[in-house]
Structure formats: structure tokens, C-alpha cells
Design a protein. Structure first.
Length: 296
């Protein structure tokens, strides 16, 4: 997720009609959540927190990923193993469970765990946008790093981190120690994917790339060209693994998206990092505050 400006709070369950369906607006632990009907998709819903778009779900077609950064994470899910092969996936951060639904739709019989700190948001999503009866998704309420620490060694084929508290990724989810725990729970051949948010001068993104490179020998990052050029605050998807990544196919898919992105890897990514140091728990800081209107 990426968070924007704060919005005005509302009472639990207050609705606003949009396109014949009622929006649902409730206070959650992280602010004010709105589940807003998508007028262009009969069973589509957008999740907003404090007025900022977070994710989109189509109950009729869970394979539909509307947001560019979620499409890029969807490419990771598609490429981590042969098509249709069930996976064991750990999601740090749940939101509207968009990516868990995507895994379930594209890789039936997958086993998934979701760790989401916002218990009120979990209850809202489960009530208004319930998972299908065949879903094999266990949602745990709690801190992402604490939840990660309870996962068995080598359990996950893929770990996806999309964690924001307010508008920022918490500091304890940005360090070498955190990524070492991620690697501990990955099976041989497993991948890590993280949603990062940064803007000019991209110091945070450079530090996160350097941090991942300490733990994983293979790292690639996908982002919009304007983000790479330091022209706009936005999302970047970092992918890391202990073995070579299919960078060519990932690049092709990201470039072919409705909102085309660019992938950096290898020497180009090392040049981008520009000597940035890895982040440890002792010096870790939360990700930058988005500027006003960054996600309007």
C-alpha cells in the first residue's frame, strides 16, 4: 500500500451510494477506511485509507489487478514457479487481500498466510469482501515482523511485504535483520518481493536496494520511469532471491503493462545505488512521508 493525506473520520458502517451500490466507510486502527464500489466493474471495490487509494478487488475476477504496483507484484507471483503450480505464500500486510485472492485464482490449492496489524480493517474486509469458500488463506492479526518470526524455516515459496503504518513503512521492516528473517523462512528457490514508496532524491530506495543486496545475491527493481528519474513520489517493487531471477521476462511484462514500468538489475541497479549503505536495525528509519497529493 501507499498512503496519502489524512481524511475526516466517519462513524462505523456509514455508507455513500456510488453506482447503485453503497460505499462502506468505517474507522479502523490505521485511520478511516472506505470500501468504494467501482462503477466500471459490477463486483469491483477500491479500498481507501484516509482518502488515499490502497488496493482494488474484483470479487468476480480476483485475477484482475488494477493498480500498477499490484500488477508488478502479480508478475512476480506468475514467474516464481511454473504456471498453475500451488505455492506457499506469506503476505506481510493484508489490506483488502488483493494479492492473496490473486494467488488463489491463478494458483489453486496454494496455502497462504497473511499478517495484518490492523484488526479492524481485517474485520471490515472479511465482512464486506469475503474470501471464497475454497480459499486456503489464514489471516493473523499482529505486527509483520513478529508474525514473520513465527513462521517455520523454509516454509514459504514467496514472501510479499506491503506494509504501511499511516503513510510510511515502519523502520523495523527496512533492515538487514528483517530481510535475514525473510530469507530464513524462504524455501530453497524462494523469492522475496516488497512494495517500496519513495520520491526525489530516492535515498530511501537506494538504501533498500543496498540492504537487500547484503542478504540476497539477486535483486531487481521495477518502477515507473518518472520515479526512476526522481521526478515523482511513487511505488517501486523490489524482487530478491538466492538464485538468478528471470529478469528478461519480468522486464517484458512490466514494460507491457497499461502503465509501463522499467526494471533495473545487475550493473545498472548497482550504479543506481551509488554507494548507499545497508540499513541495520540500529539506524533504521521509516520510509519517507509522501508529499501532499502524491496519490491523488
Amino acid at each position: 500500500m501507499a498512503r496519502g493525506r489524512a481524511g475526516k473520520g466517519r462513524e462505523r458502517g456509514e455508507g455513500r451510494r456510488r453506482g447503485g451500490r453503497e460505499a462502506v466507510v468505517e474507522a479502523v486502527d490505521g485511520g478511516t477506511a472506505e470500501l468504494r464500489p467501482d462503477p466500471e466493474r459490477a463486483e469491483g471495490w477500491s479500498l481507501l485509507i484516509d482518502g488515499a487509494p490502497q488496493s482494488h478487488v474484483d470479487l468476480a475476477d480476483p485475477s484482475h489487478l488494477a493498480f500498477p504496483y499490484q500488477r508488478r507484484l502479480g508478475h512476480v507471483i506468475d514467474l516464481v514457479a511454473p504456471a498453475g503450480q500451488p505455492l506457499r505464500v506469506l503476505h506481510l500486510g493484508g489490506g483488502a487481500l488483493t494479492l492473496a485472492r490473486y494467488v488463489g485464482a491463478t494458483r489453486p490449492r496454494s496455502t497462504q498466510q497473511v499478517v495484518e496489524k490492523d484488526a479492524a480493517l481485517v474485520r471490515l474486509v472479511r465482512r464486506v469482501l469475503p474470501l471464497g469458500p475454497q480459499a486456503r488463506v489464514k489471516v493473523r492479526e499482529g505486527d509483520a515482523r513478529e508474525g514473520l518470526g513465527r513462521v517455520a524455516d523454509g516454509w514459504a515459496d514467496l514472501v510479499v511485504a506491503d506494509v504501511f503504518s499511516g503513510a510510511r513503512t515502519p523502520a523495523h521492516l527496512t533492515s538487514v535483520e528483517f530481510l535475514a528473517e525473510v530469507r530464513r523462512v524462504l524455501a530453497p528457490g524462494g523469492w522475496y518481493a516488497g512494495n517500496l514508496a519513495d520520491g526525489p532524491p530516492l535515498a530511501y530506495l537506494r538504501g533498500q536496494v543496498a540492504t537487500a543486496a547484503v542478504v540476497f545475491p539477486e535483486v531487481a527493481v521495477a518502477a515507473d520511469p518518472v520515479v526512476w528519474r526522481g521526478k515523482r513520489f511513487g511505488n517501486a517493487v523490489l524482487v530478491a532471491a538466492g538464485q538468478p531471477l528471470p529478469v528478461g521476462e519480468f522486464t517484458r511484462r512490466v514494460a507491457g503493462d497499461p502503465h509501463p514500468g522499467r526494471v533495473e538489475h545487475g550493473a545498472g541497479l548497482r550504479d543506481f545505488t551509488g554507494g548507499a549503505g545497508a540499513v541495520s536495525d540500529a539506524v533504521a528509519k521509516a520510509s519517507p512521508v509522501p508529499p501532499a497529493g502524491a496519490f491523488d
